[in-house]
Write a protein that binds this ligand. Structure first.
Ligand code: GCU
Length: 334
């Protein structure tokens, strides 16, 4: 009996149901979020092509654990995939600190161009093999800005505020450089923490206001645009290594398709979230002087580069992309 079961298990610690290997994916978002839609496309593609061998199960809303825990489960192979922001990956693979550097990308165009250069990104994705996982693809997670119970119009308004950040040392440093007190906690804890006054606010893209209901408890969102932190679909490395070449290609294509679907839904969902937050939740969005916010934290660039040699090449690469995409923009406008 025991032998028979062992013979059934194809790879890793995943469950085998009947003759199918169950592939588990954990993520932190709701079932309407663009990432969930992308993952449904992933599931569909894998099952259309390998449905006799694999069944993909998606677990949203942190039900298998908040990001840090879910990453650990993916490292050990207890689950096969997790979607996690690079901020949450920093403590597992320090190269991902780069994305927490405030005002790293000059524009959304430069951010997308960098991330969509799959050949370049592959070097980064492979560099974290020693952590036991491999990034399969990225998802757009928009631009992060501060929001709170009281207005934030200038950097001074952050002084003395307690702001939730992700469990990311670089984001803690950034928030402190802005003059606020940083309170790292998992995503799922933020709503109650704001509601109960444990913190004054947080920082995120607009979807957090609606999908996670933060707009019910924090009514002032300031477009200071400090970070563009992508989410990553990461896989347990042993799971990937256990796949045949044919299977590996299907999982890789499924990952690429999931990003396309996620990206197609992003802008529209952000616009809709903004509308709902404003009209139904009474959130006030304000355009602030971004340069004033930038000034506070730009010295962090040098400091982070000095402390973490792993991010230096990537940083120079992004500066090139910033320059090129700035030039293209200039040409378009003239
Ligand atoms: C966004 C992002 C998540 C991240 C979350 C957070 O929703 O997409 O990956 O975990 O912010 O602030 O924790």
């Amino acid at each position: 009996m025991a032998l028979g079961l062992a013979g059934c298990a194809s790879s890793g610690a995943g469950t085998v149901s009947g003759r199918k290997r169950i592939v588990r994916i954990s993520h932190a978002q709701s079932e309407t979020h663009p990432e969930h839609l992308g993952l449904l496309a992933f599931k569909e593609y894998v099952e259309d092509n390998l449905g006799d061998r694999y069944e993909v199960q998606i677990f949203p809303n942190e039900i298998l654990g908040a990001a840090q825990r879910a990453i650990e489960l993916t490292q050990t192979g207890a689950i096969d995939f997790v979607v996690a922001g690079t901020a949450n990956l920093e403590t597992f693979a320090s190269v991902y600190e780069i994305f927490s550097m405030p005002y790293l990308f000059d524009s959304v165009e430069a951010y997308h161009e960098t991330m969509m250069d799959t050949d370049y990104m592959e070097q980064i994705y492979e560099s974290t093999d020693e952590a036991g996982f491999r990034v399969m693809t990225w998802y757009n997670a928009g631009t992060r800005s501060f929001y709170a119970k009281t207005p934030i119009e200038t950097p001074d308004d952050l002084k003395g505020k307690k702001i939730r950040v992700q469990q990311s040392p670089a984001s803690v440093a950034m928030t402190q450089a802005f003059g606020a007190a940083a309170s790292p906690m998992s995503f799922g804890e933020v709503y109650t923490a704001i509601q109960q006054g444990v913190i004054d606010g947080a920082e995120n893209n607009e979807l957090a206001l609606t999908n996670n209901k933060h707009g019910e408890v924090a009514k002032y969102y300031a477009y200071n645009n400090h970070q563009m932190v992508p989410d990553m679909l990461i896989a347990n490395l042993k799971f990937l290594e256990g796949l045949s070449d044919e299977e590996r290609k299907i999982f890789t294509d499924a990952a690429r398709i999931s990003t396309e679907v996620e990206m197609e839904n992003w802008d529209e969902q952000v616009a809709e979230a903004k509308r709902i937050a404003e009209e139904d939740m009474g959130v006030q969005f304000s355009e602030v002087d971004v340069e004033a916010f930038k000034e506070k934290v730009l010295p962090l660039h040098e400091q982070m580069l000095e402390e973490n040699p792993k991010i230096r090449d990537f940083y120079s690469h992004i500066q090139e992309v910033n320059k090129e995409s700035g030039q293209e923009k200039g040409e378009d406008e003239s």
